[in-house]
Design a binder for this molecule. Structure first.
Ligand SMILES: *Cc1c(COP(=O)(O)O)cnc(C)c1O
Length: 420
C-alpha cells in the first residue's frame, strides 16, 4: 500500500476524499510565512474558519437584541446547548438524551463522581490507570478524601508491566476481577494520552458490571478521534473536553454522557443548579429542584454561548465530513503511513510505543527516541513542525484526518531523519 517515494504521499492526497476539508481550517504559519506542519491536534485542535462567523452571530444578536437574544434570532441562547446535542451524540455513539455540553472536563468528572461514586463500607475503591492525566488523578483522589477514605487503600491503579509502556488487557481484567466486590468505580481513558493506546471499552464495561462496579470513561483523547459507541457499550458515564480533536478552542465547554438507564432516575443524588431544572417550570423560580430526566439534568448554570458557538461551528465541519467511520478510514491510513515511513527512514533511532494494531490506536503515534533528546523537538519546531514533547524522551505526533495531509507526514519524517 505504501512506498518510500514522495509520489506515494501525493497520490494518497489526490485520492483523499477528505482533502478539501483542510481549507475549512486556519493553518498556523511558521516564521517564513509557510503553513506549519501541525501535528498537535491532540492537544489543541485548529480553528475552523467558520468559527468566527458563528461567534460573531452571537455578538451581533447580543448587540442588536440584548436580553431578547435568549428567545429571538436564528439561534436563540436559551436552547443553544441543544443545538450541539445531536452532533455530540453522533460522535459519542449515544442517544441525544444521554448527552449534554456543559462546564469543563474536570468539573464534569467531579459532577459524575458526586452521582456515581457512592462508596459503602465494603465497596469503596476507585480503579484508575497509574499514569492517568494528573487532573483525573487529583479529581479522584479529592473524592476519596471527601468521603473520608485513604487513597493508599481506596485507589487501585493499573500500570503497564515493568519495562513496558502499554497496559495489557489481561492485567486490567485480572485486576478488576481480583478487586471485585470492593470496586465502586472504574474510571479509565478511552485513548491513553501519553501512549495513544485505545482501551477495550466495551469489555471493560462488561467486566466492571460483572463485579458490580460503575464504569466511566475520560474521552478527552477519544472524542472526534475514534469511533465510540457509549450507549451500546453500556458505559455508565463519560466526559470529554472540546478543544483537542473537537477543535473548539482552548478551555471551551466540555461534554458529558450519562447512560439512558441513569438519566431517568431523578432521585440520583447530584449537585444541582437551576439549568438542570425542569425547563417548563424553571422560570417560575420555585425552591424545589426537579431535575430534567436527561443528561441535561446535571447542568448547573446557563452556559457561555461564545464557547458553544465555537463548538457548533466545529460540529458542523464534522457533520459535513460525514461519519466518524469516514474520518477513521483516513486516520488509520495516515497513522499507518506515518508508522511505515518512520520504520523505513528512521528505524534504528526510535521506537513507536503506540500499539501497532489500528483498532487499538487513534491518530496519535508516540515516538520514544532512543538516544536523541529534547533538542530534536526544538529543531523540529524551528523547522515548522508543531508536535509535543513529553519527558523523558517521547514525541507525540497526531496527524488529524480533517486537516493534515500525507505530504506533511512525508516532509515530517524526512525532517526528523535529518535531525536524528
Ligand atoms: C486534556 C485532558 C484533561 C484536561 O482537563 P480540563 O478540565 O479540560 O482542563 C483532563 N484529562 C485528560 C485525560 C485529558 O487528556
Amino acid at each position: 500500500m505504501f512506498d518510500r517515494t514522495l509520489d506515494c504521499a501525493r497520490r494518497m492526497d489526490r485520492d483523499d476524499v477528505l482533502a478539501r476539508f483542510r481549507t475549512e481550517f486556519h493553518i498556523p504559519k511558521g516564521p517564513q510565512g509557510k503553513d506549519e506542519i501541525y501535528f498537535c491536534g491532540n492537544s489543541l485542535g485548529l480553528q475552523p474558519r467558520r468559527t468566527a462567523e458563528y461567534v460573531n452571530e452571537f455578538l451581533r444578536d447580543w448587540a442588536a437584541m440584548g436580553v431578547r437574544g435568549h428567545f429571538e434570532g436564528k439561534n436563540p441562547w436559551l436552547p443553544y446547548h441543544e443545538f450541539l446535542t445531536e452532533g455530540l451524540a453522533s460522535l459519542a455513539g449515544a442517544e441525544p438524551s444521554e448527552i449534554v455540553a456543559m462546564n469543563s472536563l474536570t468539573v464534569n468528572l467531579h459532577l459524575m463522581m458526586v452521582s456515581f461514586f457512592r462508596p459503602t463500607s465494603s465497596r469503596f475503591k476507585i480503579l484508575i490507570e497509574d499514569h492517568a492525566f494528573p487532573s483525573d488523578t487529583y479529581a479522584v483522589d479529592s473524592h476519596l478524601r471527601h468521603h473520608g477514605l485513604d487513597s493508599a487503600k481506596a485507589l487501585v491503579r493499573i500500570s503497564p508491566r515493568p519495562g513496558e509502556e502499554l497496559i495489557r488487557d489481561e492485567d486490567l481484567f485480572n485486576l478488576i476481577e481480583r478487586e471485585g466486590s470492593s470496586l465502586a468505580l472504574i474510571l479509565l481513558p478511552g485513548v491513553q494520552y501519553y501512549t495513544g493506546q485505545v482501551l477495550p471499552m466495551a469489555e471493560i464495561v462488561n467486566r466492571g458490571h460483572t463485579v458490580g462496579a460503575v464504569v466511566g470513561f475520560d474521552l478527552a483523547h477519544a472524542m472526534g478521534n475514534i469511533v465510540l459507541n457509549m450507549h451500546d457499550w453500556n458505559a455508565d458515564v463519560a466526559a470529554w473536553c472540546s478543544y483537542k480533536y473537537l477543535n473548539s478552542g482552548a478551555g471551551s465547554v466540555a461534554g458529558c454522557f450519562i447512560h439512558e438507564r441513569h438519566v431517568k432516575n431523578t432521585a440520583l443524588p447530584r449537585f444541582a443548579g437551576w439549568w438542570g431544572h425542569n425547563k417548563s417550570t424553571r422560570f417560575q423560580m420555585g425552591s424545589e429542584f426537579q431535575p430534567i430526566p436527561t443528561a441535561e439534568g446535571w447542568q448547573l448554570s446557563n452556559p457561555p454561548i461564545l464557547s458553544l458557538a465555537a463548538i457548533r461551528a466545529s460540529l458542523d465541519v464534522f457533520t459535513k465530513a460525514g461519519s466518524m467511520a469516514v474520518l477513521r478510514a483516513k486516520s488509520e491510513k495516515l497513522a499507518g503511513y506515518l508508522e511505515y515511513l518512520l520504520q523505513a527512514e528512521c528505524g534504528g533511532h526510535l521506537d513507536i510505543i503506540t500499539p501497532a494494531d489500528p483498532t487499538r490506536r487513534g491518530c496519535q503515534l508516540s515516538l520514544s527516541l532512543r538516544s536523541a533528546g529534547k533538542d530534536v523537538h526544538q529543531r523540529l519546531e524551528t523547522a515548522g513542525v508543531v508536535c509535543d514533547w513529553r519527558e523523558p524522551n517521547v514525541i507525540r505526533i497526531a496527524p488529524v484526518p480533517l486537516y493534515n495531509t500525507f505530504d506533511e507526514v512525508y516532509r515530517f519524517v524526512h525532517l526528523l531523519k535529518g535531525l536524528l
